[in-house]
Design a protein around this ligand. Sequence first.
Ligand code: IMP
Ligand code: MG
Length: 209
Amino acid sequence: MDDEFNVAPRCMKKTRQASLGRTGPVPARWRRDVGRVLISERQIARRVRELSAEIQRDFAGRETVVVSLLSGTVMFLADLMRLLTLPLRLDFIGVSSYGPGTTSGELVFTKELRLDVKGRDVLLVDDILDTGRTMTKVLAKLRALKPRRIKVCVLLDKAARRVEPVQADYAGFEIPDYFVVGYGMDFGERYRNLPFIGVLKDEVSGKPG
Ligand code: IMP
Ligand code: MG
């Protein structure tokens, strides 16, 4: 892999579309499996702060329910939430696609929402907006519960992979079509504990090349 890549913080302002630049080497303890760091801990932390400021502004004075999708959002949610000083409630929806590895299969709900969202503002949080199939299905389910409004917040947006017409209201970074791991995101349920977002070596992810 070469070390030139573009990962842009996704933001309305054009000036923010700059490349993040170099992220540094893969920490020694992860070097066996991880080919490169795509987004570093520092870059994540900075962007999460920016997102939290936007959300804080937009949800001020509202009865907010944060609905987070299990399990890839675990670190993002924890970091984002502690920066919000809104009076919010938190609940989770479990959704999983059959099939191991990097291909998504049929979607099944593994945990249902328990809090009442009727008439409330919902902030729906996911790790990655990829084809958009998961988000579309979850949005349909939530809309049926009659919230006042739903805003979608994702850490990563793989816009080029979209199949369903769905967009995030808040997106941390737009990334190319890499399968990424770390900061909560997995490959076959592993690598969620990496503190950065990385790309696995081809021999680990099973990609030819
Ligand atoms: P979608 O339904 O295709 O948009 O897929 C969204 C879900 O697939 C995300 O919530 C992730 O859990 C998972 N996913 C998509 N791309 C990746 C990736 O690069 N790494 C880890 N999980 C991913
Ligand atoms: Mg997910």
